[in-house]
Design a protein around this ligand. Structure first.
Ligand SMILES: Cc1cc2nc3c(=O)[nH]c(=O)nc-3n(C[C@H](O)[C@H](O)[C@H](O)COP(=O)(O)OP(=O)(O)OC[C@H]3O[C@@H](n4cnc5c(N)ncnc54)[C@H](O)[C@@H]3O)c2cc1C
Length: 361
């Protein structure tokens, strides 16, 4: 089959690699002149990334063994193995995989519009438009997905977060990353301090709006000096978002496949790419096959809606409950990618969590 993928992000390139390996003719169109730039991501991966069995040496920056969680008055430490990657190298790793498997990547090529069955792609280096009519179109063009919009697939109620991040200099424990919760810190998510090394960290936060105001306040309170700024849009998962129409499939951020609790999209997107490649190659129902991931993302969304209603007092109580050894053990056993055991424990097995159930309704 002749397959066009719009967007050479890591998820589009991974799908391109898998499909080219399955002997499809794959063309990937990317509107930027280079893969992986500009960087708009922290690059944290849970150890669930291990499931992909991919070599990490070309893009791994750091490995953490512990997360420190701060609420306004409490602190919690959870042992967790997590990876930090260089997003530029990470994206190029997937671009190279796709190329080596036979996919063609067209840089400076942006999807413009759909005319009947044809897609109009603009080559900005030559300032020329060309028309393509592939058998299959994969929209992997990020949170605002012009391709999903052109196919009438982009759900009108979808929401986005805005992440702001800076590279800062300071003194850090390179084995620990920190997350700060609370209404005055970051009411709709959390702020993070993620060290690359003893002297350099990625510091940021995400909000639906006003992220810059909260970010500036956080930076000032912690005395961080900005070395380099990054910012970007992050989609919020929407359960009613359709993933396929005619010959077009949505993938990664374009599909809104991001955890609403942490805004991590890399692990769910890569898994979704594997499922999509299998569905296209083996004529399976994509919406049906991705249901297990969608179910988890729905649970993340439910937790997000609950956390959105938290007061500072709730954050302190939650952190002190989790600080009990038996609850901590559960938190240490599961990664952030899988909230199922945590939610069932919180709701069913630990009566003190019942305090928060009122926020679920
Ligand atoms: C500040 C911030 C921090 C984040 N931190 C994390 C984190 O720590 N861990 C994590 O898992 N996730 C994180 N995320 C989310 C993560 O970056 C995304 O989930 C991930 O990049 C999704 O990959 P993708 O390939 O679907 O989309 P993208 O990486 O957005 O790639 C889409 C590609 O499509 C291209 N494109 C767009 N429009 C067109 C067009 N018209 N024609 C051609 N090409 C087009 C874009 O240039 C881009 O290269 C963060 C996001 C932000 C903004």
């Amino acid at each position: 089959m002749n397959i066009a993928i719009i967007g050479a992000g890591p998820i589009g390139c991974y799908a391109g690699y898998l499909l080219a390996k399955n002997k499809h003719t794959v063309s990937i169109y990317e509107n930027h002149a280079q893969i992986g730039l500009p960087i708009q991501c922290t690059g944290l991966l849970t150890s669930d990334f291990d499931q992909f069995k991919l070599p990490m040496d070309s893009f791994l920056v750091n490995t953490f063994s512990k997360v420190e969680v701060y609420s306004p008055k409490q602190k919690l430490e959870v042992k967790q193995k997590e990876y930090l990657v260089c997003r530029n190298k990470f994206d190029n790793f997937f671009g190279d995989l796709a190329r080596k498997a036979g996919a063609k990547i067209y840089l400076n090529h942006s999807f413009q519009r759909k005319e009947g069955k044809e897609l109009v792609i603009k080559d900005s280096a030559k300032n020329k438009e060309k028309r393509i009519s592939p058998d299959v179109v994969i929209a992997a063009d990020g949170p605002l997905s012009p391709t999903a919009k052109a196919y009438g697939l982009y759900h009108s109620e979808r929401e986005n977060y805005f992440g702001v991040q800076a590279l800062v200099e300071g003194t850090f424990d390179p084995k620990v990353f920190k997350a700060y919760f609370g209404v005055s810190v970051c009411p709709e998510l959390f702020a993070w301090v993620v060290p690359e090394s003893e002297h350099l960290a990625r510091v940021g936060l995400g909000m639906r709006k006003n992220s810059r105001a909260y970010f500036d306040k956080f930076m000032k309170e912690h005395g961080f000096t900005v070395k380099e700024m990054q910012a970007g849009t992050i989609p919020v998962y929407h359960p009613a978002q359709k993933l396929q129409k005619d010959n077009c499939y949505l993938l990664g951020d374009a599909a809104g496949f991001v955890k609403a609790t942490t805004l991590g999209g890399l692990v769910p997107g890569l898994r979704q790419a594997e499922i999509l490649a299998d569905c296209i190659s083996n004529n399976k129902d994509y919406e049906k096959e991705v249901k297990p991931i969608a179910k988890r993302l729905k649970l993340h969304l439910m937790v997000r809606r609950m956390l959105d209603k938290f007061s500072d007092d709730d954050w302190d109580k939650l952190v002190s409950y989790i600080n009990q050894p038996k609850v901590q053990k559960v938190f240490e056993r599961y990664t952030r990618d899988n909230p199922v055991p945590l939610v069932s424990m919180a709701l069913l097995k630990e009566p003190r969590f019942l305090r928060f159930v009122k926020y679920l309704v």
